[in-house]
Design a protein around this ligand. Structure first.
Ligand code: PLP
Length: 351
């Protein structure tokens, strides 16, 4: 007998590479290519560092109020955490506490199975259809909870709101988590449903559409009861998850609606242009409603394209997993970065 027999062993999630080299075109972790709102810079300058001697506000009022006001919901409908990773992890811990399997797709955000393993939650992965779409009927059976990323990652495919509602309707006895990390780039949000279905939790992040991956802020919407349960679990775990600068700078970003709309529009326009260019080069992909395109080339191996781009200082993401190992997930960068990507791909394909 060794203490190691009782270690809570897990195979951790592998985040995308954060290279130390400068001048690399980084299209591998779906960060926003544009800097945070100017209001964030201003709030940063005005932040009283002397206040760091105190504990931060445990109920995160400034941040929660800014989110509630932006989305026109009550503050009792909002939960915040250290990135949506923290929010979803806390939701798994809080709501998935039965012996039944939770359900999520076979191809989706690869942290879900890691949290399930960590918390010893049984799970079943339901295969996406060949076009990477979700069949709501796969989620009708008895289960301990459901997790859907919409739009999905890494596929970029959007599930229509009717299908999401159908899944919620068939699972009124468990919690349904809808991870909307990419919804601001063209998804259909389930937010309008939070007061219609008390078993719905909608999760969002500041990491993609609000250009603040480095600050670590995620949030969730739900009915007052579901949010209260999440808060009870959070306050039993760590009362001070959100640091003072995050609360202030996050609120500043949320308050700048014009900048948010301008930058998300820019990413969407670039994405639509790049879709056309990639198709002209022979790439195939399902339609993306996110800030990335998940594509393969019928004549070349994904690994080969990945390596070629890497030697030309462009990093994209590739997953060594069944069904998707020929695909590249290409984040949408600035127009200049995407022009360079297309130029290098043209060289590679001899066009
Ligand atoms: C990026 C991402 C997250 C995590 O975002 P953070 O807020 O940075 O933790 C969660 N879910 C999906 C599907 C993502 O792509």
């Amino acid at each position: 007998m060794s203490w190691e027999d009782n270690v809570r062993k897990v195979v951790p999630y592998t985040p995308g590479e954060q290279p130390k080299i400068k001048n690399i075109i980084k299209l591998n972790t779906n960060e926003n290519p544009y800097p945070p709102s100017p209001l964030v810079y201003k709030a940063y300058e005005e932040t009283e560092l002397a206040d760091l001697r105190k504990y931060p506000d445990p109920v995160c009022s400034v941040l929660v109020d800014s989110i509630a006001s932006f989305y026109d919901v009550k503050k009792e409908n909002v939960f915040v955490g250290v990135g949506s990773d923290d929010v979803i992890s806390m939701a798994f811990l809080t709501f998935f506490n039965s012996d039944k399997h939770i359900l999520f797709p076979d191809i989706t955000y690869s942290f879900y199975d890691v949290w399930a393993d960590l918390y010893r939650i049984p799970y079943k992965q339901m295969p996406l259809k060949d076009d990477f779409s979700i069949d709501p009927k796969d989620y009708y059976g008895e289960n301990g909870g459901v997790v859907i990323a919409n739009p999905n990652a890494p596929t970029g495919v959007r599930l229509p709101l009717e299908a999401v509602e159908d899944i919620i309707l068939h699972n009124r006895d468990v919690v349904v988590i809808v991870d909307e990390a990419y919804v601001d780039f063209g998804g259909e949000s389930a937010l309008p449903l939070i007061n219609k279905y008390d078993n719905l939790l909608v999760v969002r992040t500041f990491s993609k559409s609000r250009s603040l991956a480095g600050l670590r802020i995620g949030y969730a919407f739900g009915c007052e009861k579901i949010i209260k349960y999440l808060l009870d679990a959070k306050f039993s775990f760590n009362s001070y998850t959100m640091n003072m600068p995050s609360l202030i700078l996050g609120a500043a970003a949320m308050n700048d609606r014009a900048y948010f709309e301008e930058t998300t529009d820019k990413v969407i326009n670039t994405r639509e242009r790049v879709k056309k260019q990639l198709r002209d080069l022979g790439f195939v992909f399902e339609d993306s409603k996110t800030n990335f395109i998940f594509a393969r080339h019928p004549d070349r191996h994904g690994r080969e394209i990945f390596d070629y781009l890497r030697t030309h200082d462009i990093i994209v993401r590739r997953f060594d997993k069944p069904r998707i190992d020929e695909y590249l997930r290409i984040s949408i960068g600035t127009d200049e970065e995407m022009d360079r990507l297309i130029e290098v791909l043209k060289e590679y394909l001899g066009r």
